[in-house]
Write a protein that binds this ligand. Structure first.
Ligand SMILES: [Zn+2]
Length: 456
């Protein structure tokens, strides 16, 4: 994600194994048992939009695996209307994560190891609007701990970012009279005006999905393709925005940026490119897998995230600083620093944290510049990052995986540098004070719910 401040300052089994290794430890719930993180295997989501009644209702059928005995926890921000496990009704409860760093939805049924099905019904209340006898609904997300934060859980039951699973999304519009259109980074299996079916790849997680259901003709779009400079593959390219000149400028820039990124980090890792332009500058953007909702200025930053963030994926909030630091390093034209003394804790906070540290953009970026000088310069670090994409794309990483990759590939000893400058638990207190006095300035306005609604 790129915010206003910055511009101013500035395959199935292997997937399952990785998911299991990256989940946070289970934690105390009650004397009857622990709260346990699960492994989602698949989700069939159906969203019914009732135009007359002005309501969006989701029915989600999830298959999940209990990797240990306990009470399963899932991500679901909305109130659960009703839930069933293997056809038996179950109660749910919102509980605090250890350290109160966030909330999860606990299913009040003790389960032993094994595979289960759960059906959950909830209303979708965020980023939804009924007008002109149609519906507008989007799954806008934010990874920052302010403003309108949250991933897919703002709309549908899902899991934390460590978990990748196969998703299918059915959309049904009841009683609509308007012409509708869906923009998505999934495969559109069927598209009628009032019914859509979208299939997402199995490596997607809660932060990958791009979904924007809107009124047709609201936006000016360009449908083109991007031809890979690596092997000639043609990727569908869809660009849309409220006006023609912005769409054209995004198109022009996107073709240039995609070439640049492919030159540095290899072939575009996604199946398509979707770009929604919300303005020219000062609005920032948000990344999705092979997609972005962004201003023209932030386009390069957000497309870069399709390599780092939604390509090489953070396994949790503590790994979230990595992609922001690397994206800012690119925005700043890959500077190299010989010295660096500042210490912070961007990624050693809690395995339960879901959000990215705000100083990733500044302190994190400086650390990456410093790291470049330790591994042989700008080009040396860029090629280590390209190798990371090559070997770890769509495999969620933690800090230890990032460090291991860099150390193994460069033969440099880097662990201590990370521990001192970006994973330093002793830097906590000082950093928090600074955050409040300096970082929280009036220019860093959060992406509010009103702002997100205005871009439906
Ligand atoms: Zn970003």
């Amino acid at each position: 994600m790129l915010t206003k401040l910055l511009w101013l300052n500035i395959l199935v089994s292997s997937v399952l194994l990785a998911n299991a290794a990256n989940r946070p430890p289970s934690f105390f719930y009650s004397a009857k048992g622990k709260a346990a993180f699960v492994d989602l295997l698949s989700a069939d989501y159906t969203v019914d939009y009732y135009v007359e009644g002005k309501k969006g209702l989701a029915t989600s059928e999830l298959q999940f695996k209990m990797l240990e005995d306990g009470f399963p926890v899932l991500e679901c921000d909305n109130d659960v209307i009703v839930a069933y496990i293997d056809n038996a009704k179950v109660e749910t409860e919102k509980i605090d994560l250890p350290g109160k760093v966030g909330k999860m939805t606990l299913i009040k049924k003790y389960l032993s190891k094994g595979t289960y099905n759960i059906l959950i019904r909830n209303e979708i209340k965020k980023n939804i609007a009924f007008e002109e006898k149609g519906v507008q609904s989007s799954f806008w997300m934010s990874d920052l701990d302010r403003g309108s934060k949250g991933y897919l859980e703002k709309y549908l039951p899902t899991n934390m970012e460590y978990d990748q699973y196969k998703m299918n999304l059915k959309i049904q519009i009841q009683g609509g009279k308007a012409e509708q259109i869906v923009y998505t980074n999934g495969e559109l299996i069927s598209a009628k005006n009032d019914a859509y079916e979208i299939s997402f790849p199995e490596y997607f997680n809660a932060s990958s999905v791009y979904f924007h259901l809107t009124l047709k003709n609201r936006f000016v779009e360009i449908r083109d393709s991007y031809k890979s400079i690596v092997d000639g593959t043609e990727f569908p390219l869809v660009i849309y925005s409220p006006n023609k000149s912005l769409t054209e400028d995004l198109h022009k820039d996107a073709l240039k940026i995609l070439k640049e990124l492919e030159g540095d980090y290899g072939k575009w890792p996604h199946q398509s490119v979707v770009i929604y332009g919300i303005g020219r500058a000062w609005l920032g953007g948000m990344e999705y897998a092979g997609a972005t909702r962004t201003d023209l200025n932030a386009l390069g930053h957000e497309l870069h995230h399709s390599y780092f963030a939604r390509g090489v994926m953070p396994a949790n909030g503590d790994a979230g600083w990595i992609d922001e630091a690397i994206a800012r390093w690119r925005d700043n034209k890959y500077p190299v620093r010989k010295t660096f003394s500042a210490q912070a804790n961007l990624g050693n906070r809690s395995p339960y944290l879901k959000t990215t540290h705000i100083k990733s953009y500044t302190h994190g970026m400086k650390f990456i510049s410093y790291l470049a000088s330790k591994v042989g310069g700008k080009d040396a670090l860029k090629s280590l990052l390209a190798r990371l994409v090559d070997t770890r794309v769509f495999k969620p990483i933690q800090n230890k995986d990032f460090i291991n990759h860099l150390e193994t590939s460069s033969k440099a000893n880097l662990k201590n540098l990370f521990n001192k400058h970006v994973l330093n638990i002793r830097a906590n207190i000082q950093e928090r004070e600074k955050n409040h006095s300096i970082e929280e300035n009036p220019y860093h306005l959060p992406e509010t719910e009103e702002f997100q609604l205005s871009t439906l």
